[in-house]
Write a protein that binds this ligand. Structure first.
Ligand code: P6P
Length: 338
């Protein structure tokens, strides 16, 4: 395959989208540089004494891994200097990250999960960086506010993820389909390896943490049993594949077909909720899934239609092959009527 870089691809293949502006190419270039630095840290973690936890707890109430911190610091340091952002939001930071006055600002907003799945790093399982890009809605001469960030997923200019594994990949969409690039370490460039990714309309895999079975409501149990049983459109059980790293599970299902589910659970009876974050996990992956012909819902609503109420809002997530997600939607709708 002819070697096509990300920059060339953005310029040549997406003249129609806002992504064709030079600002977006600059943003993507600096995001890629940050990802290369993170990939280097992930690949050498075992040698550089940056495995394990820092002993701190983040805004999500989760153990901060040393590589979480490295990834978060790298992204903030790199992206506050890119000159095209007016604000950022990170899964690791409680509040909006403003661009210091000493740096040039632009119209874009970057929301990211710096290292998703980081609890898996110490055992060498794939992890990833998920990103979502919006344009501000307030006038450029005003201070950016949370209202600029809390936009529906349909308003994303672009979204995607970096996957740090057997190879380092970038998968993203700017509204003109989904494209995958693989890092060639010998030249330090991401080269087009998966043009126009389309997710099979029905898969053979379901991904869910079944240990929560007793914390799910009855409709959710029926849905999971549907995929593991024979009374489904395949007439055979789907295979269970669950890595415990959202980006890895999502990427496999994007290429091969399948459905990833993180349902609402009642582990805390007074606080039934999903675990995954709307702004920096569900919404960007939903954008990619739909651009590849798939679907993403919270069990009732299309993820991209949800109006965020707060930065770290959590949401149940059912995402992947369109026909598999449609079954989930139909079964929850039926349960609401019963
Ligand atoms: P559980 C990782 O912490 C993460 O946010 C996702 O990457 C992953 O899919 C999920 O949590 C795993 O959660 O509850 O199954 O361990």
């Amino acid at each position: 395959m002819r070697q096509v870089t990300v920059t060339e691809h953005v310029l040549l293949h997406q003249t129609k989208s806002p992504a064709a502006s030079g600002q977006f190419t600059t943003l993507l270039y600096d995001l890629i540089l940050a990802a290369k630095i993170i990939a280097r840290g992930v690949n050498k973690a075992g040698l550089l004494d940056i495995l394990g936890a820092t002993g701190e707890i983040n805004v999500q109430g989760e153990q901060v891994q040393k590589l979480d911190e490295l990834a978060n610091r790298t992204l903030i340091h790199r992206m506050e200097r890119t000159g095209v952002l007016c604000a950022m939001a990170s899964e690791e930071n409680a509040d909006l990250i403003r661009i210091p006055d000493k740096f040039k600002r632009g119209e874009y907003i970057l929301i990211f999960d710096p290292l998703d799945g980081s609890s898996n790093i110490d055992v060498n399982i794939n992890v990833g960086t998920i990103f979502s890009i919006h344009k501000r809605i307030s006038p450029s001469d005003e201070d950016v506010t949370l209202a600029d960030v809390l936009q529906r997923g349909t308003e994303q200019v672009a979204a995607g993820y970096f996957l740090y594994g057997s190879s380092t990949m970038l998968v993203y969409s700017s509204g003109q389909g989904v494209h995958g690039f693989t890092l060639d370490p010998s030249v330090g460039e991401f080269l087009l390896s998966h043009p126009d990714i389309r997710i099979p309309e029905r898969g053979k895999v379901y991904s869910v943490n079944e240990s929560y079975y007793h914390y799910w409501d009855e409709p959710t149990r029926r849905i999971v049993n549907h995929f593991k049983g024979t009374d489904n459109d395949r007439g055979a059980p789907y295979s269970l594949r669950y890595v415990g790293s959202l980006v890895a599970d999502f990427h496999r299902n994007l290429l091969n077909g399948g459905i990833f589910m993180y349902p609402m659970d009642y582990r805390i009876p007074s606080k039934p909720q999903g675990k995954l974050r709307l702004m920096c996990e569900a919404s960007p992956l939903a954008f990619v899934a739909e651009q590849a012909g798939g679907a993403a819902i919270d069990g009732n609503r299309r993820i991209l239609d949800i109006q965020p109420g707060e930065l770290h809002e959590r949401v149940p997530l059912f995402i992947g092959s369109a026909k598999d997600v449609a079954v989930v939607s139909e079964m929850y709708a039926q349960a609401r009527q019963d």
